[in-house]
Design a protein around this ligand. Structure first.
Ligand SMILES: [Zn+2]
Length: 276
């Protein structure tokens, strides 16, 4: 698995879907975001955390409840868990769905794990925007980020200026709108507010390349907003050729076309609901 390190911050990149896991070593804590997702990769992250932690407390941060992001939870027994309030309040049925996706995935590839698959118990449910969780001299500042799914959260790790985005602002995928397109746009605007409020030095999307460059991230935000607006326009106009062309530049089109089609179906439902 790839990893890049800058002082206390290490970003691991899974071989699967370029999914990122971020580790920040503070004076008193080790913050681990979304450790994932092949067994050897989770083990590599776990071993790294064990190596650097000394007497620090381990804090797991989950950006959202999609199964690929929570798959590593069981490898960190004893860690405190931080996630959004809506993540913490998710229904039993929703939890079972995520766990079933993990079991399906592991069976599909004959994967064995040396830890139990379970849904994360949240010790620190974070509601509202700008809500802070102090961790010794550091702190996590959390912002709700619905749109991709309903329980997403963006988190700034201060004083390091690391923004852990969850599944937004990726250079590996266009917006996957599994929840609500208007909420997705709001979250993209929220990104500006966060960038304005904090001195950010590193941006880590859930999939794809981290960046230290705010202008670069704003370009990704513009591209994502453009995609959603065009998607809405083309769906309303029933322009199938235009819809197909909209993902001409998608990095992994053979896989991503189906997400684009699901996005279009969601927009159709949203437009139908709005017309009712
Ligand atoms: Zn994801």
């Amino acid at each position: 698995m790839l990893s890049i390190q800058d002082g206390p911050v290490t970003v691991f990149e899974s071989d699967l879907y370029r999914t990122t896991s971020t580790v920040v070593v503070t004076d008193s804590h080790v913050v681990v975001a979304d450790p994932c997702w092949l067994p050897r990769e989770v083990e590599e992250i776990r071993a790294y955390v064990e190596r650097v932690r000394r007497d620090r407390q381990v804090v797991l941060l989950f950006t959202h409840s999609d199964y690929d992001h929570i798959i590593g939870w069981g490898a960190f027994p004893g860690a405190a868990v931080v996630a959004s309030g809506s993540f913490a309040r998710s229904s039993v049925a929703a939890r079972e769905r995520s766990l079933d996706q993990i079991r399906d995935f592991d069976d599909q590839y004959y994967l064995k794990r040396n830890y139990k698959i379970a849904y994360p118990d949240v010790d620190y449910p974070m509601d509202g925007d700008g809500t802070a969780l102090p961790l010794g001299g550091a702190r996590l500042v959390c912002y709700q980020a619905p749109g991709h799914n309903a329980d997403g959260m963006m988190t700034v790790v201060e004083p390091y200026g690391v923004l852990i985005l969850g599944d937004y602002l990726s250079d590996a995928e266009f917006p996957f709108i599994d929840h609500d397109s208007a909420a997705y746009e709001e979250t993209l605007f929220q990104f500006d507010a966060i960038a304005h409020r904090h001195d950010l030095k590193l941006f880590v999307p859930g999939h794809g390349s981290p960046s230290a460059d705010l202008a670069h991230m704003k370009a990704r935000r513009d591209a994502d907003l453009r995609y959603i607006r065009e998607l809405r326009r083309l769906v309303a106009a029933e322009d199938e050729a235009g819809l197909a062309r909209l993902i001409d530049d998608a990095p992994f089109p053979r896989n991503q076309r189906k997400y684009h089609e699901e996005n279009a179906n969601r927009i159709r439902r949203e437009l139908a609901d709005a017309a009712r």
